[in-house]
Design a binder for this molecule. Structure first.
Ligand code: MTE
Length: 328
């Protein structure tokens, strides 16, 4: 299957970063003398020689999952992207900028037990959840969602999790909470990429509270009926299917409820290229490439990109009256 072959129309890692950031990356690679070539982030040598996964607790006893069946709001009859492709082609800059890096390095380095997620800020009941509490907080559901990366590739993933609103309701946001921020782990021992100044670590992303409460917004704990693979953001991530993939933040350790809009990592890196909303929108091109079409992993022909990634009937009302060209 031609899944991993780069097509000329794909956006290269050098292109998702702004030219300024990309040159910082090249300087860093040169400074460290790693000679990784244009496609590799400056990973320390020990990471490049990462041992086979050992001591990284493979989750056992994953709870039962209610499968999405025809008639369920989470069902889709679109062809699902094979698990082998979902786990070997992705973005997780904490492990490198090449699409294959997360699958190569994260499974051997990321320790997913013990793991906690601290929930704080404008809430009446701040709380730190252990991952096993999160697995039990609500029944696990299969959610078959499209994921559209800002770079122009896409896939269909049978995620496992439940609406983030289940967690939000437990902590009871105050009337002041208007936004929510998600923070990824940034441990250089487990994530060698965070030693590079490519991005401001930790990776953070944010949503408006009503977006976070929308039933489609998923607290992701697995895919294909099993625990999340390390490279896909184990043990817990967010999935917001109507937004570009970079809003779907991986391996989260903190959730903050805020009065003011947070600045996301990619917005900080290149504000004119990656806005806070980042709703999938074929009518607003990226300044350096078109967003009108996308390539589904496993397919050769590009297909049209749909407004809100095909979820407009469910989410467009969240943006009523807003100019989505300005609020990109
Ligand atoms: N989360 C963190 N912490 N670091 C990242 O580099 N990349 C984002 C998003 N979440 C990223 C992240 C981008 S650009 C995309 S397209 C999706 O993860 C990819 O998710 P996948 O690798 O599971 O397909």
């Amino acid at each position: 299957m031609p899944l991993l072959i780069r097509r000329p129309s794909d956006i290269r890692p050098s292109e998702i970063t702004s030219p300024e950031h990309f040159s910082r990356r090249r300087e860093l690679i040169a400074a460290l003398g790693l000679g990784l070539g244009a496609a590799g982030l400056a990973l320390p040598r020990h990471a490049l020689a990462a041992p086979a996964p050992a001591g990284v607790s493979p989750p056992t006893g994953f709870p039962p999952v209610a499968r999405a069946a025809p008639g369920s709001p989470w069902f889709s009859d679109e062809a699902q992207t094979p698990k082998s492709a979902i786990t070997s082609y992705g973005n997780f800059y904490e492990y490198g900028v090449d699409k294959a890096d997360p699958g190569k390095y994260a499974p051997g380095l990321l320790k997913t037990r013990p793991w906690t997620v601290a929930v704080e800020g404008e809430v009446l009941k701040p709380r730190t959840f252990a991952i096993d509490d999160l697995l039990k907080l609500a029944p696990l559901e299969e959610r078959i969602y499209r994921l559209r990366c800002v770079e122009g590739w896409s896939m269909v993933v049978p995620w496992v999790g439940y609406s983030l609103s289940a967690l939000i309701n437990k902590v009871e946001p105050t009337g002041n909470a208007k936004f929510i921020e998600f923070v990824t782990l940034a441990d250089p021992a487990q994530m060698p990429g965070v030693r590079s100044p490519l991005l401001d670590w930790p990776y953070v992303e944010g949503l408006r509270l009503d977006e976070a409460r929308h039933p489609l917004t998923l607290l992701g704990l697995g895919l294909y009926g099993e625990a999340l693979p390390a490279q896909n953001g184990a043990p817990v991530r967010i999935v917001v299917p109507w937004k570009y993939g970079f809003k779907s933040v991986k391996s989260i350790v903190k959730i903050r409820f805020l009065r003011e809009q947070p600045t996301s990592t990619w917005t900080r890196a290149a504000p004119s290229e990656y806005g806070f909303y980042s709703n999938v929108n074929p009518a607003v091109d990226h300044p350096r490439w078109s967003q009108k079409t996308e390539r589904r992993l496993g397919e050769w022909r590009r297909r049209p990109t749909l407004p809100f990634n095909g979820y407009a009937d469910q989410v467009a009302s969240l943006y009523a009256g807003m100019d989505l060209k300005k609020n990109f």
